[in-house]
Design a protein around this ligand. Structure first.
Ligand code: 5GP
Ligand code: MN
Length: 337
């Protein structure tokens, strides 16, 4: 069941009970993480004295054109300044994640804070670290939930900049409004944002027609030379070593979307991408239909996410991680209908 305990929070905002607010989002923020954070920051301008977005880590260049991006602090490298600001806050909003481990070291900092903590999110498996929550796994994106929140915040104005941020997150989390998380409500919200003047063609070009040549070559290489079909053609796997990342000059965000290509193949029901990020091996999983890759990832790779899109990680070597995947995915396949 969804959780909405924002009634008192809305009142506090309307009474201007908070003077300093922080907004944070998950490790390596994606379009929904940055869109919801910057959209909410713009929305809260009139309801407090200061609002600051603090991301735990850096993020892809493709999101750095978002309105308000120039004021974002990245905790890694700005630890003292971020911790001092957080200590002075009356409220911290946690967007697009629901477990403090998803924001790395910043998680422990947030856990210790005495201020109000607000979680707005659409992922499964909630940790109860918050005072107020707006949580709904049926929502396409956190941006969609921010729009719902905006509609309940009497007196709030959604600027074109904020609408642009929210549309961006909705578009990226739904794969251009195509994935199963796209509901009638999602399209209604998107339509309202477009009616406000959001330039969706410009957003699309900035995100999807702005990659480096290295990134396109990496995709070609992966599809041509690296993709394996396993489990009788039902599972696609691509894995990349640290050396390959270097060879293709891979930057933050460059591998986003790569895992989806496996699913394009007829008969493939689950796709996996395994990357040696040096400090740990990171995995991405996607599936079709009733195959719950979040449960599989939680069982074998300390992960989670959504039913059809999940991630996980391993402290083991790339070779051992791939071997574990190949072994366990065959068992997992036996549970598919
Ligand atoms: P991606 O594969 O795009 O990194 O992530 C897909 C989905 O899984 C996202 O919703 C993301 O939040 C979630 N996810 C990715 N990695 C992890 C992880 O290590 N743990 C958990 N709980 N969720 C993850
Ligand atoms: Mn999201």
């Amino acid at each position: 069941m969804p959780i909405d305990t924002t009634y008192e929070l809305l009142q506090k905002l309307q009474q201007k009970a908070y003077s300093r607010i922080a907004i944070t989002t998950h490790h390596k923020p994606d379009g929904d993480a940055m869109g919801s954070s910057l959209g909410l920051a713009a929305l809260l301008q009139g309801f407090c004295q200061q609002v600051q977005v603090i991301t735990p880590t850096d993020y892809a260049d493709t999101y750095q054109w978002l309105p308000g991006n120039d004021k974002v602090w990245v905790y890694e490298g700005m630890e003292a300044q971020s911790e001092a600001y957080l200590a002075s806050c009356d409220a911290v909003f946690c967007l697009d994640f629901n477990r403090l481990s998803r924001i790395n070291f910043l998680g422990e900092v947030v856990r210790e804070l005495k201020c109000d903590k607000i979680m707005i999110d659409h992922h499964l498996e909630v940790e109860e670290f918050y005072h107020y929550a707006l949580w709904d796994t049926r929502a396409s994106s956190t941006c969609e939930l921010i729009f719902d929140f905006y509609q309940k915040l009497t007196g709030a104005k959604l600027s074109l900049d904020a609408a642009t941020c929210l549309y961006t997150g909705m578009m990226t989390d739904t794969g251009h409004f195509q994935y199963a998380n796209t509901t009638p409500h999602t399209l209604k919200v998107a339509a309202e944002l477009l009616a406000m003047g959001v330039d969706q063609v410009a957003i699309r070009e900035r995100i999807f027609d702005s990659f480096s040549a290295d990134r396109s070559r990496l995709f070609g290489y992966c599809l041509h030379e690296k993709m394996q079909l396993l489990a009788g053609g039902q599972v696609a796997l691509i894995y990349l070593s640290a050396e390959e990342l270097q060879r293709f000059n891979v930057q933050t965000g460059d591998t986003e979307g790569l895992v989806n290509f496996g699913l394009n193949i007829k008969g493939v029901r689950m796709s996996a991408l395994v990357i040696d990020r040096t400090e740990r091996v990171k995995m991405s999983f996607r599936s079709k239909g009733d195959i719950a890759v979040n449960e599989y990832s939680a069982q074998w790779f300390s992960g989670g996410g959504h039913k059809n899109a999940a991630g996980g990680q391993s402290e083991d070597s790339l070779e051992n991680t791939v071997a574990l995947f190949k072994k366990t995915v065959v068992e997992f396949q036996k549970t598919w209908k």
